[in-house]
Design a protein around this ligand. Structure first.
Ligand SMILES: Nc1ncnc2c1ncn2[C@@H]1O[C@H](COP(=O)(O)OP(=O)(O)OP(=O)(O)O)[C@@H](O)[C@H]1O
Length: 303
């Protein structure tokens, strides 16, 4: 598989803040690659170094055979960067914004196709300020892709969107992928990473903590759990059971993470039967990247 981005030992410090520390990864041609992590993890710093906007302190970056911060003009012909909605004039009509951005590039044969693809036709004469958040994001996505870039960089593209608009944004991004575009996206919405990305790099405190497909990450980490409510069962008892990795308790609601859910469930039911303890809403739950993330954060805090 061809790699379009290769990053080796990348670091960036602001004063005392180590924003990115010794990160290495590669992005494959045609994939949706997610950089995920909580606020302040180093996602924006990382993606902006790939875009050539920020200069790394250490390490190397190769994007389409170019060094981003040194060959920015060449790079900008081949990559697309989604601008923040705030960088577009409010009184500008959608059509005017598309025409303006198209004038920056030689190759903009995509314009009509994008209008069609992103469903922008009905909004062409609407002022940017009068669009909803979801439509604004569609427009900025179109502006980023007018020149048929090989890679598109999206920094938190569904930030502030309602769940419906967010799903629509995912469909748009998948359409771009279907056209052969490679997409690098930062997000702190774990559901977005799980549903949209082919592979995700999980960063926290500027460090790369994990890199894999969302499914493999979940498989590796045993984040499936038993969920139930009980007034009488004890946290320490649950934690003492064989195969149990950890237990989360919020008042009478328990999540029991186990290497062997069937055996753990058997022990819990047997105990409850013998002690006449009542369990409610017992379920076998599938873990999500959210659970994986909490797991990582807790590991960090106890380390
Ligand atoms: N220009 C800057 N000057 C000083 N510190 C900065 C600068 N940019 C980012 N930082 C700090 O570097 C760290 C990483 O920030 P960054 O914006 O890359 O993280 P992020 O994961 O994108 O977070 P968010 O989701 O909140 O934007 C944070 O501690 C942040 O405060």
């Amino acid at each position: 598989m061809e790699h379009v981005i290769t990053v080796e030992h990348l670091s960036k410090t602001y004063g005392d803040t180590k924003a990115v520390q010794d990160i290495s990864f590669s992005v494959k041609k045609g994939e949706i690659f997610g950089i995920i992590g909580p606020n302040g993890a180093g996602k924006t710093t990382t993606i902006e170094m790939l875009e050539g906007i920020r200069k790394p302190d250490n390490g190397t970056i190769d994007v389409l055979g170019l060094v981003p911060n040194k060959q920015l003009r060449e790079l900008n012909k081949r990559i697309g960067v989604q601008f923040q909605a705030t960088s577009i004039q409010n009184k500008m009509k959608v059509k005017e914004a598309l025409d303006l951005f198209a004038s920056f590039y030689k190759k903009t044969t995509q314009k009509d196709h994008l209008i069609e693809l992103l469903g922008l036709k009905e909004k062409l004469n609407v002022n940017f300020e009068d669009l909803s958040g979801g439509w604004k994001q569609r427009v900025t996505l179109a502006l980023a892709t007018l020149h048929e870039p090989e890679i598109v960089f999206l920094d938190e593209p569904s930030m502030g969107l309602d769940p419906h608009a967010r799903r629509e944004m995912w469909s748009m991004i998948k359409l771009l992928k279907d056209q052969g575009c490679t997409i690098v996206i930062t997000t702190h919405y774990m559901e977005e990473a799980e549903k949209l990305c082919d592979r995700v790099a999980m960063i926290y405190g500027g460090q790369l903590k994990a890199l894999n497909t969302p499914q493999e990450l979940l498989n590796e980490m045993s984040v499936n759990y038993l969920s139930f409510e009980s007034e009488e069962i004890e946290y320490d008892y649950l934690l003492s059971l064989p195969d149990v990795l950890r237990v989360e308790q919020e008042s009478n609601h328990f999540k029991v993470f186990s290497d062997d859910q069937q055996t753990t469930a058997y022990h819990i039911f047997k105990y409850c039967h013998e002690k006449e303890v009542t369990l409610n809403h017992f379920k076998f739950e599938k873990g999500t990247l959210d659970d994986l993330f909490v797991h990582y954060l807790e590991k960090e805090q106890t380390a």
